[in-house]
Design a protein around this ligand. Structure first.
Ligand code: NAP
Ligand code: ZN
Length: 362
């Protein structure tokens, strides 16, 4: 569709999946000219979220190919529209999961664009001009200023890139569920991957007692010593799960696959809340008994609004919070995807886009 949109005149080098094999290959495409409210960004780094893998392989049956994944984008501003004077050339900026929203509805007015009915995602969405959006596995992006985040000067653009999705996805439910100003409350993080590891760091920054609930005993030492987790439970160990029964106030469940919710709900105190952020391919069965007998709640959460994303980014700057990353070159995306599928990443792959020897615009 972009090819037929008249103002799509900028040729960009990217990497796309063409079918449900998920294999990523080079893909040259067009982006729109920089509009009055737009900012053009030379992409330097892009994190590899598990959502990219779900989409590349069409796990949810929603993918339109070719798909250029990537919504943890950092880079520098190389063009600024006349009405985007909040930004200037050379600014370090980030783009997350959102490309557009209606800007008029109740949710947009409340700075919760992420819950707008007309939300359009950074890739696989349909922009206001009718073009399909392509994400950050590419050398350059044109973004509406509302959806651009200013990066703190002290944070490196590679290790901070995953904050644009993983960071805000953990921060928003913490804020919405009152975890930011209740030090000492007990938070459980289920799944120590890209989202989970940043959840541990944020939880510790807010003074929470953080327990990791994991399937991987090999992650315990790092979780405790490097990430600062207070406790570590193996979810398949019945004795450990039983010993932790009714010990947690909140749980953030980041698991990317089918898994039983009942044993996790049993970890919550009476009235506790489990926030589901992971997106399994199929619906998760929700057992009644642990809900009823503990007046427990299960809620969902989707990334965060732009104001909240900037707030999270500024807080990460203040507390010097970044992600633990493994940098890969674009040629290594497929190998990284394979390893992500096998849960073999500590804790986020970040693509070094600049190493692709292009200066953004072809
Ligand atoms: P990730 O890096 O692959 O981490 C997921 C973690 O889940 C793994 O490290 C693993 O942790 C655990 N896990 C994986 N398979 C499991 C299984 N079969 N049973 C139990 N645990 C399992 O993925 P991510 O990038 O953090 O993303 C996690 C999920 O969140 C994905 O589904 C993604 O699409 C979704 N997501 C949602 C939002 C949102 O707005 N709600 C935003 C971004 C991503 P252990 O080794 O510790 O067990
Ligand atoms: Zn993501």
């Amino acid at each position: 569709m972009t090819e037929t949109t008249p103002n799509h005149t900028q040729t960009v080098k990217g990497w796309a999946a063409r079918d449900s094999s998920g294999k990523i290959t080079p893909f040259v495409f067009k982006r729109r000219r920089n509009g009055a409210e737009d900012v053009t960004i030379k992409i330097l780094y892009c994190g590899m979220c598990h959502t990219d893998l779900h989409n590349a392989r069409n796990d949810w049956g929603l993918t339109t190919y070719p798909v250029v994944p990537g919504h943890e984008i950092t880079g520098v501003v190389i063009n600024v529209g006349n009405n985007a004077t909040e930004f200037k050339l050379g600014d370090k900026v980030g783009v997350g999961c959102l490309a557009a929203s209606c800007l008029k509805c109740e949710m947009c007015q409340a700075n919760e664009e992420n819950y707008c009915d007309d939300i359009q995602l950074t890739y696989g969405g349909i922009y206001w001009d009718g073009s399909i959006t392509y994400g950050g596995y590419s050398t350059m992006i044109v973004s509406h200023k509302r959806f651009v985040v200013k990066m703190p000067e002290n944070l490196p653009l590679d290790a901070a890139a995953p904050l644009l999705c993983a960071g805000i996805t953990m921060f928003s439910p913490m804020k919405q569920n009152g975890m930011l100003d209740q030090p000492g409350k007990r938070l459980g993080i289920v799944g120590l991957g890209g989202l989970g590891h940043i959840g541990v760091k944020l939880g510790k920054a807010f003074g929470l007692h953080v327990t990791v609930i994991s399937t991987s005993s090999s992650k315990e030492d790092e979780a405790r010593r490097r990430l600062g987790a207070d406790d570590f439970i193996i979810s398949t160990n019945i004795d450990q799960m039983e010993a932790a029964r009714k010990s947690l106030d909140f749980i953030l469940d980041t698991v990317s696959a089918q898994h039983p919710l009942g044993p996790l709900l049993e970890l919550l105190k009476v009235g506790g809340t489990l926030v589901l952020v992971g997106v399994a391919e199929k619906p998760l069965p929700l057992p009644s008994f642990p809900l009823l007998f503990g007046r427990r709640k299960v809620v969902g959460s989707l990334i965060g609004g732009m104001k909240e994303t900037q707030e999270m980014m500024d807080l990460c700057g203040k507390h010097n919070i970044t992600c633990d990353i493994e940098t890969v070159k674009p040629e290594g995306i497929n190998e990284a995807m394979e390893r992500l599928a096998k849960n073999d990443v500590r804790y986020r792959f970040v693509i070094d886009i600049a190493s692709s020897s292009s200066n953004g615009v072809l």
